[in-house]
Each structure stands twice: as C-alpha cells, then as structure tokens.
Design a protein around this ligand. Sequence first.
Ligand code: CMC
Length: 427
Amino acid sequence: MTQNNTAKLELGDKQIELPVVVGSENEHAVDITRLRSETGYITLDSGFGNTGSCQSAITYIDGEKGILRYRGIPIEQLAQQSTFVETAQLLIYGELPTADQTRRFSDLLSQHQRLHERVYKHFANFPSESHPMAVLSSMINAVSCHHPDILEMEDEHTFDSAAARLISKVRTIAAGAFKTAHGEPITYPRTDLPYVRNFLHMMFSLPYDDYDPDDDVVNALRLFLILHADHEQNCSTSTVRMVASSGANLFASCAAGVCALWGPAHGGANMAVLKMLTEIHDQQIPYKDYMERVKQKEFRLMGFGHRVYKNFDPRAKILKQAADKILPKLGINDPLLDIAKGLEEVALKDDYFISRNLYPNVDFYSGIILRAIGVPINMFTVMFAVGRMPGWIAQWKEQVDSKGRIFRPRQIYTGANERDYVPVAQR
Ligand code: CMC
C-alpha cells in the first residue's frame, strides 16, 4: 500500500484534503477516516458498493477483466493443479505450503475430524425438516462449547489448531446434517482418506454399504470447494470480519458467516438456480417467456449478475466447462444443463442483460455439478459454506491481526423528530 497523493473535497465553504490509498494492483481509494471529525459529514453508500471496509492481502478480483486470484495465484491455476487443503493453507498462511507443511496440516485435520460424542447427539434433536444451514450454524457454536481453550486464541499454535478444527469439523457437521435430514445413521470420518474423499464417505457411506466414489466425482467436489474458498469482501465475509472486529472468537464469527451466506442473493442462490431450472423444465416454460417475466422484474434470473464482476465470473466459466466434461463421464444427461445453457444464450444476446452487465455467476452451473455427484438441493449452500471456510478463517485472522477498530457504520436518521410519550389511554 502506498499513499502518494491526496483528494480535495469542498463542502460549502470548507475544503479538506484526504489521503489517497493505492493498492498493490493500483486500485485507488480516498481515505475518509477524518471526514466527519473535520467537516461533520459522513458518506452514504447503501449496500457498500463503493466502500472499502479494510485493506486485505488475501484475494484480488478485477470485476471488469474477470480476474480472481488467491494470494496472487490465478484461480484457473489452482482449479487445475491444487488440492482443497493446499488452497486452504495458501489462503490462511499466505504462501503455497511445502509438502511437509501440508502433511502436518493434514495430520491436524485428521486429528480433529470427529465431533465430541455429545455434539453428535445434538443432530437427533433437530426436526428432520430443519434447514441444513440452520443446523450448520448452530453446530459450529455447539462445537466451540467443547473447546473453551481455543476460544481465547492466545498464540499461533492455538490458532493453527482452531483453524484445522473448523475446516475439518465443518465437513463432519455438513455430512451429519445431511444424514439427519435423510433419516440415515451418521457415518464417522476415516483417518485413511484425504479431505474430499472423506467428506464424500461421510455423506454417502452407510453402515452396510461403503461408498467408494469415482475419481471424477472426487475431482468435481475438489473443484467446487476450491472455487468457493474465498471471494474478498462479500456479504458473508464482511459479516465474519464485522463480528471478528468486536473481538468475537473464530467459531462465533464463522457461524455468523454461515447465516449471512444462507440468503438467496448470496450463497442461497445455488439452491434458487436449481429450483428455477427445475420449474422451467417441469412446466416446459419457453426460455423467451421466462426471460420476459425476468425483464418485467417479476423475479430475477437466479445465478446471474454480480456486484463486482461486470464482464464474466471466472468461476462460472470453469464450472460450465467442468459440467460439460464431468456429466458425460458420469454417464449423466441432465436436461437442466441444457436449460441453463439455453437461458445463458438468450441472456447474452438480450439488451436487458447486456446493458446491465449481467452474466452467469458461480451459482449458475455449480448446482448442476453438485446434483450430478448426488448432493440434494437443500445441501447446496452448506457445500458452499464448507468451501468458504478457509476464506473466512483467513479473513478473520487478518482482521484480528490488524488490531483494527470495531466495525461500526453510521447512518442518516430519517425518523420522527423529538416528541412526547403518550400514555396508552390517550392514544
Ligand atoms: N436478474 C434480472 N435482473 C437483475 C439481476 C438478475 N439476476 N441482477 C441484477 N438485475 C438488475 C436489477 O434489477 C437492476 O436493474 P435496474 O437498474 O433496472 O434497477 C440492475 O440489474 C442492477 O441490480 P442491483 O440489484 O443493483 O445489483 P447488485 O450489485 O446490488 O446485486 C446481485 C448483485 C448478485 C445480488 C444480483 O445480481 C442478484 O440478485 N442476482 C441474482 C441472485 C444471485 O445469483 N446471487 C449470487 C451472487 S454470486 C455468489 C454469491 O455472492 O454468493
């Protein structure tokens, strides 16, 4: 970060100079920290579309050029060559790990993969129709109750152990939520399986039937998790950092992130896309008719549009190519993939979408891949959360290490002016 010039701002008869901050990719920001104390004004930026809430060295996005990099490394390279565990270490610790560092981190993941027996019992107390995102967020806090030592986070060693616990256990919880919702016995993790295979084992093995996934299935889930691992200051990550800024522990902050991710404008969009494609398929709705209703703003085309990407979402590109490869390899001919491609084709030629820079985002094709590997629709956002956990942990640590102030936005009050209380009998 450099500070090489200033911005001048005139407000009535006052003029102030504000520092300009420049990032390592030449992004510019006007630092308004002193604005209110020197002028009495605040800035107003509904939805924070124009507000930098922090300086971060984790993930870089260029929305105009469709660039996404974790710690400087293009997402395309990680998608092709990395493992999810290695990508998690890259995000959290800043560098690609050596083989020895990965071995040690993987050992920690294995060591912490089981839940406390009492935590397993919680699953039985949720109604079977519970949303798995509700189960996931509650269980992350429940897990932390059994490890009071890691809540204090006094040294690097405790952080490593807490980070590994969370990355490992979130997958065990996700699989437990899935099993509970489907009335199946919980499958315990195995120490001999790597991360993604172990996750699939906990999801799909039964006491009398071990699930041995095809390499293509393992690879599809690896890809999904890597592509979701971080995305700078989106809604859930900003939530994690906001909660962290109050001094809250890693588990509480990430449980809050899960809740923020749940909404259909954010991570919940992957479920919404599949519901939309299924509706179009089952009711045989012509694309043009559906698109007309979108353009009339009756509803949004789910999986389209992005606050930052105004050209294309590189993750969607990778996932579309992956769907094209993986489905035939698994012998699946999914009509929903054809519908998604048909909608995309119509949208990319339509002025409504072109003029608003609306392109497919990560959620447009991800659900088709999850469906192909047997993940039911209500688990889609949970899978996103499992993938996003390393990013949340990295962002939590960066926030805590920055020793920054508590996040506390201001507002412009538009309510009633001072008035007297009226006793109920006189109202
Ligand atoms: N379908 C139809 N119109 C849209 C869509 C869409 N998916 N997205 C935006 N628009 C229109 C919107 O109506 C507005 O039109 P106008 O200028 O006429 O009022 C214009 O485009 C700008 O929309 P916005 O709401 O100001 O854009 P935003 O940056 O606040 O919202 C978004 C970004 C992702 C929430 C939005 O595009 C959206 O709701 N998309 C559908 C849900 C979705 O796919 N979410 C996943 C996002 S990516 C993964 C993640 O974050 O988890």
